[in-house]
Design a protein around this ligand. Structure first.
Ligand code: GCU
Length: 438
């Protein structure tokens, strides 16, 4: 048979296309959620032997004996390490340019609460961004303590309150649902109300402030949107290897929300508890570490890169998280993908940097991907730092029974059920916040 060069080229083209498709299929299969999930280790007997770094021994092997040494030497060196090698540095300073009360009312939740929707605006050069804080404040409390946390599905998803404004960022992120006033959009109003026990918070005298996380940085591997480009120098296209990933960006946004809350007459800014679920739990922890104005921190099912110990390599690992979500942490963190042994720190030291402020870590029994065992041990191994401050941590090393919270200024529970935020979780957080924050 005879082939002209054209035939050969087209055969080659077909071959190249076929190979590309196969390659695509292979990559897809290798990183498809189901496969990634099943690649993980869920067997306690296969957890590798590891030595956990002692939060009270400095990198130069000095024993840390008191709060002063912790605050002067050890905490700063840990903070520096986690900043440059994991979450990423914030490349500059940016303050709220203006804020604007878009809407308020005092008839929410059958007259129990005031509702306030505040738009924060940030401007720098040609860049401009807004994000909206939705607040519910209990009536009859002069300055309310509150929970501050991001939501995944738009402010309008947290309650079926027709007055909640739908943000354009949420509309853009959800093109199939996103035409305002279209039926689907309205269906998503209140769609995640089950994750926010707002009435329970109000009844206990707490308020809620929440923000759609995609307004601060859309959750995709795209470094041209959100707040990151505000700091690019010259023709920079993405953060440098040591600069902030999305978790640090979102944490930054919580601090800016705190800047606003400090100016709101109806809020007790000394009693703001930062809360987050899952990737937003990782965010809440990092926000709590960096911003000591937060009076307490709640991590709900935060898992890898949050409360769970990395060195256990149980469930999601550094390699898996860096592969599926390359934009969450800084590029330097990829040095530890499949290389947990080289890490001179672990996540218990993130928790330790929250001391002496109250901390609540929670897991779910069926959420093995987030390694409940590693989340619990992390709290245990952070506890010596709390002890240094004379605050009771958690000393028992065996995992508590399911649905039996260990309460104290440092609290932990594992509840039955899946990766989620439930009524049970909020009942415990509110009980704990009443005792240790309010
Ligand atoms: C994925 C990811 C987790 C993350 C979770 C979430 O499961 O692997 O690290 O916590 O998403 O944010 O829902």
């Amino acid at each position: 048979m005879f082939f002209s060069s054209k035939n050969v080229n087209s055969r080659n083209n077909i071959h190249v296309k076929l190979m590309n498709s196969l390659r695509f299929l292979l990559v897809f299969l290798l990183f498809s959620p189901a496969l990634v999930f099943s690649q993980a280790n869920y067997d306690e007997s296969k957890v590798p032997g590891f030595k956990l770094p002692d939060p009270l021994i400095s990198f130069r092997q000095r024993k840390i004996r008191n709060v002063k040494q912790w605050e002067k030497t050890r905490r700063p060196e840990l903070l520096d390490f986690f900043t440059k090698n994991m979450y990423g540095e914030i490349p500059g300073k940016l303050e709220i340019s203006s804020f604007n009360i878009l809407e308020q009312g005092d008839d929410a939740f059958n007259g129990k609460a005031k509702r306030r929707q505040v738009e924060l605006t940030f401007e720098k050069g040609k860049h401009k961004i807004h994000f909206n804080i939705l607040m519910y404040l209990p009536k009859g409390v002069e300055k309310a303590p509150l929970f501050l946390g991001y939501n995944f599905s738009g402010n309008h998803s947290v309650a079926s309150d027709p007055h909640i404004l739908i943000s354009t960022a949420w509309v853009e992120d959800n093109p199939s649902l996103g035409i305002i006033n279209n039926q689907f959009t309205e269906q998503s109003r209140g769609a995640k109300a089950n994750r926010w026990a707002i009435e329970k918070m109000l009844d206990a005298g707490f308020g809620l402030a929440t923000i759609y996380y995609g307004e601060v940085d859309p959750d995709k591997e795209d470094y041209s949107d959100g707040i990151q480009p505000f700091f690019y120098v010259d023709d920079q296209k993405k953060p440098a290897d040591n600069e902030w990933g999305s978790v640090a960006v979102w944490a930054w946004g919580l601090s800016r929300a705190m800047d606003y809350l400090e100016q709101d007459q109806d809020v007790d800014a000394q009693k703001v508890i930062v809360f987050g679920h899952s990737r937003l739990g990782k965010t809440a922890l990092w926000a709590g570490v960096n911003d000591q104005r937060f009076a307490g921190v709640i991590s709900n099912d935060s898992g890898c890169g949050g409360a769970a110990l990395s060195k256990r390599e149980f469930g999601e690992t550094i390699k898996l998280i860096n592969t599926s979500f390359p934009h969450w942490f800084c590029k330097n963190f990829k040095n530890y993908s499949g290389n947990e042994k080289a890490l001179p720190v672990d996540q218990h030291e993130v928790l330790a940097m929250i001391a002496p402020r109250p901390l609540y870590v929670a897991s779910a029994e069926d959420d093995q991907w987030a390694d409940p065992g590693g989340e619990f041990l992390s709290v245990v191994y952070a506890s010596p730092v709390y002890k240094l401050y004379g605050v009771q941590g958690i000393t028992q090393t065996e995992m508590p029974a399911v649905n039996q919270p260990v309460m104290g200024p440092v609290a932990y529970h594992i509840r039955s059920g899946k990766h989620d935020v439930t009524e049970f979780d909020w009942e415990q957080y509110i009980r704990w916040a009443k005792q240790y924050i309010q």
